[in-house]
Design a protein around this ligand. Structure first.
Ligand code: FES
Length: 166
């Protein structure tokens, strides 16, 4: 098996095509590193060591170099996560507005601590630095949805079936 075939065995043709489309817009392959990580994460939910090595190989970088970028960028998940990731802002304004009690109530509701995933794999709870909506603190994201002015006492409503359509 050639190196290229080996890479294709890990990354799908579709993933490689999307990464190559990003590569066309950057002067050096490393410039597409974050986009390549995001593409593979969008397909797989997280970035395994195997995926990381394959992406690094495709970009002509070392796995360690790419891992440094992935680790620095908090929205790249290097461990498996649930179907939806809850990103709870714990920066200063949200902290002053009660993100600690928000976290406690989420943990009570879902039965998970920070960094953990529910038994049904529905949610992973992770801390996040400022989400840029400090005037609406406390703030969290569930999947792609930003929730502002979250009331810690009624946060459980956000995890009821159909809550996202409201
Ligand atoms: S501190 Fe939470 S959104 Fe800025």
């Amino acid at each position: 098996m050639t190196m290229r075939q080996n890479l294709i065995a890990v990354l799908s043709e579709g993933e490689i095509a999307e990464i190559d489309a990003e590569l066309a817009h950057v002067p050096i392959p490393a410039g597409a590193a974050i986009d390549a990580l995001k593409i593979v994460q969008a397909h797989r939910g997280w970035i395994s060591d195997e995926s990381l090595k394959a992406i690094a190989q495709h970009l002509g970088m070392s796995a360690a170099e790419l891992d440094g970028i992935a680790t620095f960028y908090t929205l790249i998940f290097r461990r498996p996560v649930g179907e939806k990731v809850i990103l709870l802002c714990n920066s200063v304004t949200c902290w002053m507005k009660g993100c600690d009690s928000l976290q406690q109530n989420i943990s009570d509701q879902l039965g998970i601590g920070m960094g953990e995933t529910t038994a049904d794999n529905a949610y992973t709870l992770l801390p996040m630095t400022c989400l840029g909506a400090c005037d609406k603190a406390p703030v969290l994201m569930i999947g792609d949805d930003l929730h502002e002015d979250v009331d810690p006492q009624s946060v459980a409503q956000l995890f009821q079936p159909g809550a996202e359509e409201q």
